[in-house]
Design a protein around this ligand. Structure first.
Ligand code: ATP
Ligand code: LTN
Length: 335
């Protein structure tokens, strides 16, 4: 990838299961949209994924699938750097240094850490607690100015800014302090179809709670029909209607329609008609992505080559920042 004067953008998704439409709407959809405006760097965050138990064969498969999905969603490897996090050792190296400017209290009070500790009570490991610092390293290594994420990552982005400023104050100007890019409105946090007061999550034990990017048409429509909705019958965004409001957000993300347009379209119609329309719209939008992903997965050599190139380009940028950091902290470099 030729280097330009454009600002840098970094984001990543964990290969921790089937990617959901929540991940897509909150994050991945913006990845392709922003690639003209910024120099974009996107990673498959496998180092993050092992903070909860993963079946090794599934992790390997999910990594390849996520790479294919990124490409199928329109991320152009000629314009962006696309790589697997564990292929670039600088991520772990910078994490170590950043750990020395992070306080345990900052990590133990992170909402995601508390949620995941409760959910995986039998495996509360140091990696789970240190997860945000690894994420900070991901971002700061590339001097990213912008980080597109869903609303659930806001706290981690605040930590990123805090650590960047803290390091810069202690050792001199080193890191760009990044901004989060969170979709406006309800797209930033797509809710579970089974419980619209909780976030849609790919690691939910109930598969009816989420729609994955690889669900087939019948499954998508069935899940939408079954989605928990509220009493009443009017298709309208409202705080008292979290279920319907969530479906309106999903429908909007895949059709480009505003909530007001959707409300007008379904005026006088019931929840039943609307749920089927949501399912059909999602299935229609995902069909070409699924076909392209399937085609790419048949060409493993191509995917491997994209990853290799991506890791090489990412490592070059990452090295530059890491050398600077090592110099600033006083590591003897033989000069
Ligand atoms: P897990 O449920 O296993 O913790 P996850 O579904 O939260 O995983 P990540 O890989 O951690 O997925 O997240 C990838 C991106 O998707 C992040 O930017 C995150 O903010 C975003 N995201 C995740 N869930 C949602 C959601 N329900 N709505 C909008 N964005 C989301
Ligand atoms: N923790 C993120 C995935 C992730 C990430 C990043 C996102 C890992 N490293 C760096 C933005 C920037 C999540 O979405 N749960």
């Amino acid at each position: 990838m030729p280097e330009t004067e454009k600002k840098k953008l970094f984001s990543a998704v964990q290969p921790s299961g089937a990617v959901t439409v929540g991940n897509y709407i909150g994050a991945i959809k913006n990845f392709a949209a922003l690639q003209g405006e910024y120099d974009c760097i996107y990673a498959v965050a496998d180092l993050h994924a092992i903070t909860v138990r993963q079946e090794p064969a599934a992790l390997r498969r999910n990594t390849l699938e996520l790479m294919a999905l990124f490409l199928a969603c329109g991320i152009d490897p000629q314009k962006c750097i696309l790589f697997v996090q564990s292929h670039v050792p600088a991520h772990c190296e910078l994490t170590w240094v950043l750990n020395t400017v992070t306080y345990p209290g900052e990590l133990s009070r992170m909402t995601q850490f508390k949620d995941k500790s409760a959910k995986h009570a039998d495996n509360v490991n140091m990696g789970l607690m240190d997860y945000p610092v690894l994420m900070v390293a991901d971002i700061l290594l590339y001097q990213a100015a912008l980080v597109p994420v869903g609303a659930d990552q806001k706290q981690h982005l605040e930590l990123t800014r805090d650590l960047a400023v803290r390091f810069n104050n202690r050792y001199g100007e080193t890191f760009t302090v990044p901004d989060a890019y969170i979709p406006s409105g309800s797209g930033a946090k797509i809710m579970s179809l089974a419980d619209p007061t909780r976030k849609m999550s790919k690691s939910d034990e109930n598969p009816n709670a989420y729609i994955t990017m690889s669900d087939d048409r019948d499954t998508i429509i069935r899940k939408c029909k079954r989605a928990v909705t509220d009493s009443g019958s009017e298709v309208r965004v409202s705080e008292e209607k979290p279920g319907i409001s969530n479906l309106i957000a999903i429908y909007g993300a895949f059709t480009g329609k505003t909530a007001a347009e959707t409300e007008r379209e379904f005026e006088g119609k019931g929840y039943g008609d609307f749920k089927i329309a949501v399912g059909e719209a999602v299935a229609d939008a995902l069909a070409p992505v699924q076909a392209e992903k399937a085609r790419l997965l048949k060409d493993k050599a191509y995917l491997n080559e994209i990853m290799r190139q991506g890791a090489e380009n990412a490592a070059r940028l990452a090295r530059r920042t890491l050398s600077k950091v090592y110099r600033k902290v006083g590591f003897y470099r033989g000069e």
